[in-house]
Design a protein around this ligand. Sequence first.
Ligand code: KG4
Ligand code: ZN
Length: 360
Amino acid sequence: MADDLIVLGIESSCDDTAAAVVRGVDILSSIVHGQTDLHKDFGGVVPEIAARAHAEKLDHCVEEALMQANIGFDQLDGIAVTAGPGLIGGVLSGVMCAKGLSAATGLPLIGVNHLAGHALTPRLTDQIAFPYLMLLVSGGHCQFLIVDAHDRYRRIGGTIDDAPGEAFDKTARILGLPQPGGPSVEKAAGQGDPNRFVMPRPLLNQPGCDMSFSGLKTAILRARDAVIADGGGLTAQDQADLCAGFQAAVTDMLTEKTRRALEIYLAEAPAERSFAIAGGVAANGPIRASLQQLCADHETAFIAPPLALCTDNAAMIAYAGMAKLAVGAIDDLTLSARPRWPLDDRAAPMLGSGKKGAKA
Ligand code: KG4
Ligand code: ZN
């Protein structure tokens, strides 16, 4: 890719308003304004509140990103924006903002698939070679992709219902732990016994790389109610043991399905053997350690970009946009926002829709 292209990226597909300036693989600025406080009373992201907050924040965010990068519009080569998949109001806010900027400056407009942003991040951070195996695992996504090129992805499996981050968040809610659930469940699990409550591992022994996490919340709810009926309440140790049992089940499922995905990928004899992980759940210590060990056993490089680039951000959108710009794949003012936009058009559509937006 041209090392000297400078692209502004804009991201607003879920609950983070973000803008970034990237030159080649150098991130000159990356601004992310979260909306956790706005949604915390509702137990999930409220699309209308998110869209309004994006519309209010986007231009400040862009200004901040340009200022921090010390780059003017006249130095940019293009404007990349998430055009889907995601919550339609938020995606529309970003697309309208980018169209306005493109119309005013004459700069090329590039519509980017949010999942492509995540999937190409290991190239931005570690310059790994194609093809590589990728696990996207967050509050809204969970899928295995073989990334053949910036515009060629094969989805070889994924969740058929909830995303794992969603399951962490629901578990926290059921047990009265703070949101987001991932970090609080992980912390509690560290003090718990994973063998006291053995949680189900759906689809574990079924062939293929598909996964299911929605049964876990029912299992946690039942186990919690049984403990309360028995002991009259939930102690901190009960909470910790339930979290440990839950986390062990998620870790086992992700590890076993990653083992199968690796087998499919490695059977193709890639020149360099690389596995990358992205999404908020990639922050989980035990899950990360288990996948890292699996990769070591399979003599495959394990790449986990820094957390700020694993979760939603606009640097990944700028970078994915740059890859399109470099081959002339640009859009015009007819660019539309797409709530659903699978990276792999040939794969069967995934079921369900996460609380954090449409799964693809
Ligand atoms: O990628 P992300 O920031 O946003 C999207 O979902 O797009 O991921 C957020 C998700 C939340 O569900 C959160 O609970 C989960 O990632 N998460 C974790 C951890 N940190 C964040 N899950 C497990 N363990 C963690 N340490
Ligand atoms: Zn995301």
